[in-house]
Design a protein around this ligand. Structure first.
Ligand SMILES: [Cu+2]
Length: 126
């Protein structure tokens, strides 16, 4: 009933666990970010960057929104596009000064559920 990958990983993320608890068994494909390119390739200052978000399920781009949040909780809408595989989303990040930022996303998953979450990241001086 549940995806094998999640069962075998042995570390259920809290958001996944919540989805499993709160919803019917059908809801396992609730879109959760499992990985992002921010981990392996931090955003360099003053360079436009394409960040890849990897979701555990297909995502309906037309119904999904991503915002770049900067100091003072200022929200900037950013352009998103399909990645190479299902569940991959490309996010266009404009050139940024060093500092603390976040990506706030609200995505519509293949199972018909909206998921909202925040990914924080830092832009450091080289
Ligand atoms: Cu769900």
């Amino acid at each position: 009933m549940f995806p094998r990958a999640i069962k075998q990983s042995g570390r259920l993320m809290p958001a996944v666990a919540l989805c499993l608890l709160a919803l019917t068994p059908m809801a396992w494909s609730h879109a959760v970010v499992t990985e992002s390119s921010l981990t392996s390739e931090p955003v360099k200052p003053n360079h436009a960057t394409k960040v890849v978000l990897f979701f555990n399920s297909g995502v309906e781009l037309a119904l999904s929104r991503v915002f770049l949040v900067s100091k003072g909780d200022v929200f900037h809408p950013v352009h998103i596009a399909k990645g190479k595989k299902a569940g991959e989303m490309l996010v266009d990040i404009p050139p940024l000064e060093p500092g603390d930022y976040a990506l706030k996303y609200k995505v519509f998953a293949a199972d018909g559920h909206f998921t909202e979450n925040v990914i924080r990241f830092r832009v450091d001086n080289p």
